[in-house]
Design a protein around this ligand. Structure first.
Ligand code: IMP
Length: 195
């Protein structure tokens, strides 16, 4: 099946293509559509639906949207839905490595390092017909960045069961355990039953 992906993030696209192999995923940017809706929700799920409906309004075809981020227990769940914008000043976003350094600094004196990636995913066929999954990847904030794979906060989330950070995992290994991998596989299974 063909789905529009409610993102222009190439890393996310690559991860989702591996999960939804056999389907065609098209990003708005790849066909010259401007897609940058305001993520004004107060939860991952609200933002996922905002993105999904905004893209559906442009293309009127099935849409796959995800909203994701890093939630740290000791910071009351921050940066959470603001993960992409953490540390931004005057609307100017930091580079990933700058965000990671800033977050490690904020966490310097904190001993409770528990954190998780969260991914809320929506498969939307129309404004009122959609399927939702939300998944997590549990870990701990490491004290120094490690690894060069993945994207975003991957170098600072350590997964005890794997003995490494997410950025030290291969793409396949990340997809097997990740918030996005688990949510995507659930949606792909659902798809087999509903279409
Ligand atoms: P979104 O595009 O609004 O969903 O923003 C997600 C942000 O959360 C990204 O820019 C990353 O900073 C972070 N994030 C989401 N998923 C991941 C992941 O799998 N690894 C690392 N960072 C992630």
């Amino acid at each position: 099946m063909k789905f529009w992906l409610a993102t222009n993030n190439e890393h996310k696209k690559r991860e989702l293509e591996a999960i939804f192999s056999g389907h065609t995923l098209v990003t708005p940017g790849s066909v010259g559509l401007v897609f940058d809706p305001e993520e004004s929700g107060s939860t991952f799920l609200e933002n996922t639906l905002i993105k999904a409906r905004a893209l559906y309004d442009l293309v009127h075809e099935p849409v796959l949207a995800d909203d994701s981020g890093l939630c740290i227990d000791a910071l009351d769940g921050r940066p959470g839905i603001y993960s992409a914008r953490y540390g931004s000043t005057n609307g100017k976003k930091l580079e990933s490595w700058e965000r990671n350094e800033l977050l490690l600094k904020e966490m310097e004196q904190i001993t409770n390092r528990k954190a998780r990636f969260i991914c809320s995913m929506v498969l939307l066929f129309s404004h009122d017909r959609f399927f939702v999954v939300q998944e997590t990847l549990e870990g701990e904030i490491i004290r120094e960045s490690r690894g060069s794979g993945g994207f975003g906060y991957d170098p600072i989330l350590y997964i005890p069961e794997q003995g490494c950070t997410v950025a030290e995992l291969s793409e396949d290994a990340k997809n097997r355990i990740s918030h996005r991998g688990k949510a995507g596989r659930a949606v792909a299974q659902l798809l087999a039953h509903i279409v």
